[in-house]
Design a protein around this ligand. Structure first.
Ligand SMILES: Cc1ncc(COP(=O)(O)O)c(C=O)c1O
Length: 359
């Protein structure tokens, strides 16, 4: 029997238990093939079947329109920070909104490729909100508008989406993709690293509108070119096959839970439980404005920071793991992705209450 724990890591993060059990059962022999998925040729019939089903299930879960391509790439979300300007900028300018550490990083990575305008930022307010859409200085001739719709480190999530007119919105959804319904048709590009709500690290999913595939700078290497990757089923290089396989199992699991609409209800419940408790006491605090509080990543701070080590040690002893906040922010952070059961959040709150009483 493995020890009962709850894993609050921001990523790589908890995966659904039934997915891990299925992967374990299929580890040595995938469906009578005699091979582990890890051992299969990416162009073989078995893996092509896995890839096709994984893409079909993702399309169903996110209701992805036909005029969008789905890519399964290596390099994580940070690699996309460079691929986005390589594929879309081509001598133009792009608008970026900075709402936390990840979108700030996206700006820094993009600057090498052309003119990047930061049209709104909440940095002066320590990334505690998304700047009001009415304050954004949008350029109507920008090549694209980049946003990060859920800031994993700061716990800031978009509430709705601004109207960018005909400028394509490019969104980093790494840490809340599939946690709530999204109208894909409102975006030009959606991307996300897999290691939070989708599967193991090593895979980045890019959903790109077809008409944006002709804008790459001519020096874009084939492996980073979304059009070339689209024309080659993400196989201009060897894709991260095992990560894709696990992502496929997660998609099947999510469909069996009732899909994104159903999991959203659970996510709302989990987040409300934790925020309501934090707000009910002066012992803990979360500083993000209520309408931008992330349902996935919940940073919180003890009023007496000298108790941080004792809090983490006690949590660890009870099997409540990886609650330490990001080094940039400090304090604590509970990441409660789709695969975190509600019991995990309830157990965390019980521990927080007991810790408060004891101190
Ligand atoms: C919102 C967001 N963007 C980008 C990244 C970077 O992802 P990766 O390390 O996979 O490149 C992370 C990661 O942890 C993230 O949470």
């Amino acid at each position: 029997m493995t020890k009962k724990i709850y894993n609050f890591s921001a990523g790589p993060a908890v995966l659904p238990r039934p997915v891990l059990e299925r992967a374990q059962a299929e580890m040595l022999d995938w469906q009578g093939s005699g091979m582990s998925v890890m051992e299969m040729s990416h162009r073989g019939k078995e893996f092509m079947e896995i890839l096709a089903k994984t893409e079909a299930d993702l399309r169903q879960l996110m209701n992805i329109p036909k005029n969008y391509n789905v890519l399964f790439l290596q390099g994580g979300a940070i690699a996309e920070n460079a691929m986005i300007p390589m594929n879309l900028l081509n001598g133009g300018e792009a608008d970026y909104v900075v709402t936390g550490a990840w979108s700030k990083r996206s700006v820094e990575d993009a600057r090498a490729y052309g003119k990047i305008n930061v049209i709104a930022s909440s940095e002066a307010d320590k990334f505690t909100h998304v700047p009001a859409y009415s304050s954004w200085q949008l350029h109507h001739d920008a090549a694209y508008l980049h946003i990060c719709t859920n800031e994993t480190i700061n716990g800031v999530e978009f509430d709705g989406l601004p109207d960018a007119g005909s400028v394509p919105i490019v969104a980093d959804m790494s840490s809340h993709i599939l946690s709530r319904p999204v109208d894909v048709s409102r975006y030009g590009v959606i991307y996300g690293g897999a290691q939070k709500n989708i599967g193991p690290a090593g895979l980045c999913i890019v959903i790109v509108r077809e008409d944006l595939l002709d804008r790459a700078s001519p020096i874009t290497p084939a492996v980073f070119n979304w059009k070339t990757q689209s024309e080659n089923q993400s196989m201009i290089n060897t894709p991260p096959t095992y990560s894709i396989y696990i992502a496929g199992l997660v998609f099947e699991w999510l469909l069996a839970q009732g899909g994104v609409d159903a999991i959203e209800q659970v996510n709302i419940k989990k987040a409300n439980l934790l925020y309501n408790y934090i707000d009910s006491t002066d012992f803990y605090a979360n500083h993000v404005v209520v309408s931008n509080r992330s349902r996935m990543n919940i940073p919180f701070f003890l009023a007496d920071e000298s108790l941080n080590d004792a809090f983490l040690k006690g949590a660890d002893a009870q099997g409540l793991l990886q609650l330490k906040g990001h080094r940039m922010v400090g304090g604590m952070r509970a990441s409660i992705y789709n695969a975190m059961p509600i019991e995990g959040v309830e157990t965390l709150i019980q521990y927080m209450k007991a810790f408060e009483s004891a101190h």
